[in-house]
Design a protein around this ligand. Structure first.
Ligand code: GRF
Length: 210
C-alpha cells in the first residue's frame, strides 16, 4: 500500500481523550525529526477537559474538541469528524488513547489510514484495562501493539509490538508505566515507517520494508 506521495508531507491527525502522553511522545519525535515524512497537522480531542490538549499550546499545534455529547447521533458526531479531517487534508489518523469506538462506516472510509496503540500484546487482552487483564491472567510478558484499525475493537493488522517482562512484584501501576515507555517508542516509529511507505498491508499481515 503506497499511498503517500513521495516528497510530500503526510498530514497526520492525533486523536486523544485524556492524558496525552503518547501525543507528547509523537510531538517530541516530530521536533527531533524522528517522524519521517509525517507532519502533525491537527490534534482532536473528544473531551474538552482532556489533559493532553495542553500539548497543542506547548508545541504550537492546532487543536479542536469534537465531543460526542454535542451531537444527538453518533453519525452526526462522525460526520463532524470527517468534515474536520477533510478540511485539514488529513492522510493518517492516529488514535492515541482515544476512548470512542468508531463505526464500521467511518473505519471503512479510512481503510488502512487509521492506527491505534494498545497496552497489551494483541490479540491478548483487548478492550479496557488491558494491564489489569494481563496481571489477572498471570502472563510473564506483556507489551504494546500498534495496529491498523478495522471494524472490530483492537483487532486490525498488527504493525509493531514491543515487549516487557512482568516481574513477581508487578503492580498495575508499574506495569502500565513500563508498557507506556514502550508505547512512546513504538507509536512514533510506526508513524515514521508509514510516512515513508515502508508499511505494506497484505490481508492480516503487515510487512515492514527496512
Ligand atoms: C495508553 O496506554 C494507550 O495504549 C491506551 O490509552 C493510553 C493512553 O495514554 N490506548 P496517553 O493518553 O497517551 O497518556
Amino acid at each position: 500500500m503506497m499511498f503517500f506521495i513521495q516528497g510530500e508531507k503526510m498530514n497526520t491527525a492525533v486523536l486523544i481523550s485524556g492524558r496525552g502522553s503518547n501525543l507528547q511522545a509523537i510531538l517530541y519525535a516530530e521536533r527531533e525529526k524522528r517522524l519521517g515524512e509525517a507532519k502533525i497537522q491537527l490534534i482532536i480531542s473528544n473531551k474538552k477537559e482532556a489533559e493532553g490538549l495542553k500539548y497543542s499550546e506547548i508545541f504550537n499545534k492546532k487543536s479542536v474538541v469534537i465531543s460526542r455529547d454535542s451531537f444527538i447521533t453518533k453519525n452526526e458526531f462522525e460526520q463532524k469528524l470527517i468534515q474536520t479531517l477533510r478540511e485539514n487534508e488529513i492522510d493518517l489518523i492516529v488514535l492515541a488513547g482515544f476512548m470512542q469506538i468508531l463505526s464500521t462506516e467511518f473505519v471503512n472510509l479510512y481503510d488502512g489510514k487509521i492506527i491505534n496503540i494498545h497496552p497489551s500484546l494483541l490479540p491478548s487482552f483487548p478492550g479496557l484495562k488491558a494491564q489489569e487483564q494481563a496481571l489477572d491472567y498471570g502472563v510473564k510478558v506483556s507489551g504494546c501493539t500498534v495496529h491498523f484499525v478495522n471494524s472490530e475493537v483492537d483487532s486490525g493488522p498488527i504493525i509493531l509490538q514491543e515487549t516487557i517482562e512482568i516481574t513477581e512484584k508487578e503492580t498495575e501501576e508499574s506495569l502500565s508505566e513500563k508498557i507506556l515507555t514502550k508505547e512512546h517508542e513504538a507509536l512514533p516509529r510506526a508513524i515514521s515507517l508509514i510516512s515513508q511507505n515502508k508499511v505494506i498491508i497484505s490481508g492480516r499481515n503487515v510487512r515492514i520494508m527496512i
